[in-house]
Design a protein around this ligand. Sequence first.
Ligand code: GUN
Length: 282
Amino acid sequence: MSAQLIDGKKVSADIRESLKQEIADLKGKGIDPCLAVVLVGENPASKKYVASKEKTCAELGIVSIAHKIPETISQADLNKLIDDLNSDKKVHGILVQLPLPKGLDEKEVMYRIAPDKDVDGFGLQSLGKLLLDEPGFVACTPHGVMKMLEAYGIDPSGKHAVVIGRSVIVGKPLALLLLRKNATVTICHSRTQNLKEECLKADILCVAIGKAKFVKGDWIKKGATVVDVGINVGEDGKLVGDVDFQAVQEHASWITPVPGGVGPMTIAMLMYNTVQAAKKTA
Ligand code: GUN
């Protein structure tokens, strides 16, 4: 069996296309959707992610205001910047790229962002609303995974979904979103025993652990859907997922590639959240 591809580039392009009309409507009402992007320090991966977020904003006509700050900034000054962005009426969404350099408290910053500008969905109110199944900002990567499943008609209801990884950015919110869609959800992590056996139970397997080619072909239930959230740099310098793609696609019925799977969805959902934030001010 050879799995069919879940094309994140295409789903992302469709979402970005549909946002164009919403952005035009907002502009017609005198609202210019605006995302403030804060990058602290010189982490090369973070610089790359921020550059592609800015590029996508430009393509869609979303204003992006970049704050590129040296890693020597104090917590107090970073907090002050967040406070200023919170009260800036032009700014609809605030994104502080993670990880922050050592010495800066990520949680303090995430929890300081005004809930109505929390387009990353990492703040207390956004996370609480997710837990309570109330409308609110949903973190972009797990939200993107759900949109991909939906686009391909893969309904989690009644299925056994296994999520490997328990981060606040991906694993935990993704598990809650799958639960919201009536999946039976198992969360696996570094202390899980018999990981292979857990994976073999999955109708939908989502992997977000940050270890190249960690999930093997014989861990996959025949016909499963496999979502690879990993972005690792392989020995040859190329991007590689958390899943051994060649082996796994022999067993799965649907699979997301790396690159071109979940990655493009994260940015699309950031744009989506920014437009939602701007709409709320209309
Ligand atoms: N670093 C890795 N992923 C993300 C993300 O989705 N948002 C932010 N702010 N930082 C990240």
